[in-house]
Design a protein around this ligand. Structure first.
Ligand code: NAP
Length: 320
């Protein structure tokens, strides 16, 4: 009998605080048709990872296997192409991909099998750590702009603009000719302006009033990266659109519509992921790394993310 090869991952069997994360051993996954296997060198740490770990999504997750492994972004080396998989990528190339975690399948692992359409080359001139910060939030920002459907010259407002998702929305919007109004804490004003915001307003629960003062007719669309929910509707013009990232859908008023963004729907939008890669290479999207941690110190990275104030992404490194 063949013994499956074993890999290390960072997982948990009980929901709870950062300390539930620990090293686990799992069988190395094998890629099937239309799949590839990536040897992970970097895995980004996102708010959704801490949510899953905390038990906020326990009802759904309990239907999956344990140990749970989280993580939605990886970069590393393409190690194996599944039988019959059509891809222009070849083993040995550095690639990045979006992961939809489920049970023992997640980004915090030495090896991960992904649909070939979830994986593209890392942007030229970047390393795996920086590249791992792009796929999931870049695609979320892409989907946001697609759902808002704004034309060049129209105005978008972005909350949580200093965050990873918000920053990508600001930069993508600018590269598509939109006028961008973005919120910022005093210490983030320069950062948000450098990302490309035309107008920077104070962040907070009264952000709608600040945006209205800057854009008296209201903005055409709004991306709510700060998850302010009902507090942002006042910023939007009659008939405008709001993209939400945690499923918020109203109540609405004045013909404004809510558009929940679910990045899992874009997980195999390979052409869009590749376009994001191109924007990084052109200097129109900025990859921001707040810090790196050896994977075994994942708990520390989760603690730091939960403390707030990180600018850019924390990244776990494997195989170092
Ligand atoms: N639905 C999806 O498919 C999807 C995909 C990706 C992300 N998301 C969600 O999108 C959100 C943003 O993710 P991210 O990775 O960009 O997180 P992030 O990098 O931590 O950014 C969040 C930003 O919002 C700021 N913020 C927090 N509370 C605020 C408030 N009351 N007013 C103004 N700004 C505030 C944070 O500032 P401080 O650090 O100072 O608190 C931070 O700058 C998260 O909730 C994430 O779960 C959803």
């Amino acid at each position: 009998m063949w013994l499956a090869e074993i890999m290390k991952a960072i997982g948990f069997t009980e929901f709870g605080g950062p300390d539930v994360l620990h090293e686990v051993e799992l069988p190395t996954p094998e890629p099937g048709a239309d799949e590839v296997r990536v040897r992970v060198l970097a895995a980004a740490v996102s708010p959704t990872d801490t949510l899953r770990r905390s038990g906020a999504r326990a009802a759904d997750m309990r239907k999956e296997g344990t140990p749970y492994v989280v993580g939605m972004d990886v970069a590393g080396v393409l190690e194996k192409v599944g039988p019959g998989t059509r891809t222009d990528l070849v083993a040995g190339e550095h690639v990045m991909g979006i992961v939809l975690p489920r049970g023992t399948h997640g980004g915090y692992a030495e090896q991960v099998v992904l649909p070939a359409d979830s994986v593209v080359r890392v942007p030229a001139g970047t390393d795996d750590v920086a590249a791992s910060t792009l796929p999931m939030n870049g695609l979320t920002a892409r989907m946001t702009l697609d759902l808002l459907g704004l034309r060049a010259g129209q105005t978008i407002a972005v909350t949580g603009a200093a965050g990873v998702y918000g920053g990508y929305v600001v930069q993508l919007a600018r590269s598509e000719g939109l006028r961008v109004v973005a919120d910022a804490a005093p210490g983030d004003r320069d950062l948000v302006r450098e990302l490309g915001a035309d107008i920077v307003v104070d962040r907070g629960d009264d952000v709608s009033e600040h945006i209205r003062r800057a854009v008296p007719d209201g903005v055409d669309g709004l991306a709510d990266g700060a998850v302010l929910d009902d507090k942002v509707i006042g910023a939007v013009r009659d008939g405008g659109r709001i993209a939400t990232v945690r499923s918020y859908t109203g109540p609405s008023e004045r013909g404004i519509t809510y558009h929940p963004v679910m990045v899992r729907e874009y997980a195999t939008e390979r052409a869009r992921l590749d376009a994001l890669r191109g924007l990084v290479e052109q200097g129109r999207l900025t990859l921001r790394v707040a810090g790196t941690y050896p994977a075994a110190q994942a708990a520390e990275a989760h603690r730091r993310l939960a403390a707030g104030g990180t600018r850019g992404r924390l990244v776990l490194t494997f195989g170092g």
